[in-house]
Design a protein around this ligand. Sequence first.
Ligand code: HEM
Length: 150
Amino acid sequence: MYEFFLIVHSWLRWITLLLAVVVIFKSYAGWLGGGSYSKGDNGMSAGFVGTLHLQLLIGLVLYVFLSPLTQAAFQDFGGAMKDSMLRYWAVEHIFVMIVGITIAQIGRTKAKKAAEDVKKFKTQAIFFTIAIVLMLSRIPFHEAGRLFRF
Ligand code: HEM
């Protein structure tokens, strides 16, 4: 069960990042170039934020029930704070991800409510950029074994 959730969480990261690149690129292009906000743009934005919610859900299952790393940290939380690896998984990853996902969701909601298309693109560009920069800072790219998990 742990392996399954970890593999899905790991691979979904690439889908999220791919969608992020496309949505953010299109948002800047629409904002600075003044395009019209199409159904496709809305769909891509919904897809991006949707994968984040899925990551949140899978991540929480890993965090609370399955991950041996968080289970170890919960045994002695004070001690885990002194271990950089346990602290990363018990605190840093979840905290920064929750902040990033919240910012992305706020951006999506504000973009949907905006009256003009340029405003929709601008809102998405700003909020999604901040969200993705935060999330990229807490994805463990430095660990080769976690890049493409089978
Ligand atoms: C609040 C939301 C999230 C929570 C609670 C969460 C929690 C976790 C936990 C517990 C692990 C497993 C550590 C282990 O046992 O090895 C993990 C791994 C990971 N998470 Fe998250 N996560 C969240 C959001 C995200 C998001 C949004 C992304 C990327 C878009 C992401 C990318 C990853 C990656 C790449 C790994 C390593 C997977 C691997 O080892 O192959 N997480 N996360």
